[in-house]
Design a protein around this ligand. Sequence first.
Ligand code: AKG
Ligand code: FE2
Length: 284
Amino acid sequence: MSTIFVSVADFVDLDRYPIDRDCQERRDLLTSAQALINADGCAVLKGFVRAEKIAELVTECDRVEKFGHRNFTRTNPYFLPDREDLSSSHPLRRFYDRSNAFVPADNLGADSILRAIFDWPAFSPFIKEVLQEDKFFPYADPLADVVVNLAEEGGGFPWHFDTNNFTVTLAIQNAESGGEFEFSPMVRSLTEENYEKVERVLDGDKSMIKTVILEPGDLQIFKGRYSLHRVAPLRGKRKRYVAIFSYVSEPGMVSSPQRAKELYGRVLPIHLERAGLRADELID
Ligand SMILES: O=C(O)CCC(=O)C(=O)O
Ligand SMILES: [Fe+2]
């Protein structure tokens, strides 16, 4: 579904990030991004989209934001039900408001800059190499492969662990204040939940928290399954826009019908046709 209207080279800063060429700069870039992923699970490519082109991305988001499907939930960091048998300070009992909206991908249109970046042949191989994932495919969901996430005053994304292995986001517009990305690197592991440490992070122990300020044009590659993280509450009238690019471990995967309905407000024939074919790991 690529487009003939948008030239990605006009948007991505290829002088700084020559990811479309096999050259020493690309190899160096990859080595440093991989080191960041291996250390902290978080690599940020500052100014991935050129500063002078951000306004066009904002225009694209302004054009589609009316199609955003709003979600209000109260959730603990694990997206799991309450556990009344545990003490009230236990991480499983910490519930936070979450409010945001996703613009389903099929609203972006053929002249979408975000779609062109996602479909650009140099993009996903580079992300795959940064993440060092063997099984890595663009999400095949027509509602969810490239979404605009919008959040307003009071919104944000409270403390959580991702259910998917990694998230690739492009910052487009920040709220007037707030919205810092905070994370506690590798606070849990595959074998150890480390609830006491999680509790300290939830209580605001700054020694366990790293803060990343993402500015428009920054691309973030983040492994959030083991690192507790949040987007700090937003303040001011301006909406926060972030694009989310999604990848999965099997080709052809789409959301479950339930998940599509909940996050995007609609179910398409492809969700019903492929229901049950996917691993039940949530990717969005
Ligand atoms: O909006 C962001 O910057 C990241 C949100 C996040 O943590 C997620 O989508 O899991
Ligand atoms: Fe997350």
